[in-house]
Write a protein that binds this ligand. Sequence first.
Ligand code: ATP
Length: 274
Amino acid sequence: MDLDKPIEQNSQPVIKVRGLVNSFGSVVVHDNLDLTLERGEILGVVGGSGTGKSVLLRSIVGLKRPNDGTVEVLGTTLNELNDQERSQIERRFGVLFQRGALFSSMNLQENIALTLIEHAKLPREDAEHLARVKLSLVGLPPEAALQFPESLSGGMVKRAALARALALDPDILFLDEPTAGLDPIGAAAFDQLLVTLRDALGFSVFLVTHDLDTLYAACDRVAVLSQKRVLVIGTIDKVADTDDEWVQEYFHGPRGRAAQRAHTASSTNAYTQE
Ligand SMILES: Nc1ncnc2c1ncn2[C@@H]1O[C@H](COP(=O)(O)OP(=O)(O)OP(=O)(O)O)[C@@H](O)[C@H]1O
């Protein structure tokens, strides 16, 4: 298969996980897990602590070799690739880890340029120019390019980390708890930015989160991890109706009800302003 050819414009899923098994010693994290990420969608992946959301993300991006099952990405089965083919596919991913800190010794422009120099082999001047374009894409002002991470707010650091994840124009963006640690206003702005960029650039998003507001504001579908597999996947309304103790508590507990009310209110405001 020619991995350099452009992705066909079709409606094939961008990720197809089938029969995934992951374990650490005798601890089985995933057992026969199936999951599909459709092209262009933002999929929110939720579940109780330790249900394997991050391990699932790592299995898909190639940081954890599954014990069994297949992971198909952009029409290619990862298990069948050699190292070179795998790294070509991985260039189509943008990843923002929960603790994916930027290098503190580099300013924002240098942080992003590094990815472009290492992976796209761009000369430094071009890489830094493109880095400034990416920083403006995520809503950071021009002067932020020369600032160091420690001098920025949490929201600005997240935006810069998003700019780095977008550096190579990924087809699939993987985000692990992107709004963790942000205040509600910063988190809502990040959710909005994600939707705007997805609409403009057309990438697909695999988003691990605990943030109910993000699920309502940004996600097209939600997948719940429970009992070592995907218990349910679908629209948030369908998922919230699932007869499962964790799902009911999560979506219909006080925080779930507040997130739903906030979402309904903002949808109503948007409608009346049109
Ligand atoms: N490298 C590892 N070695 C051993 N066990 C691991 C390793 N990575 C993850 N685990 C175990 O796998 C299980 C799932 O971990 P994971 O981090 O994917 O959960 P999670 O759903 O993302 O949790 P949280 O919501 O708390 O971040 C946990 O029991 C964890 O201890």
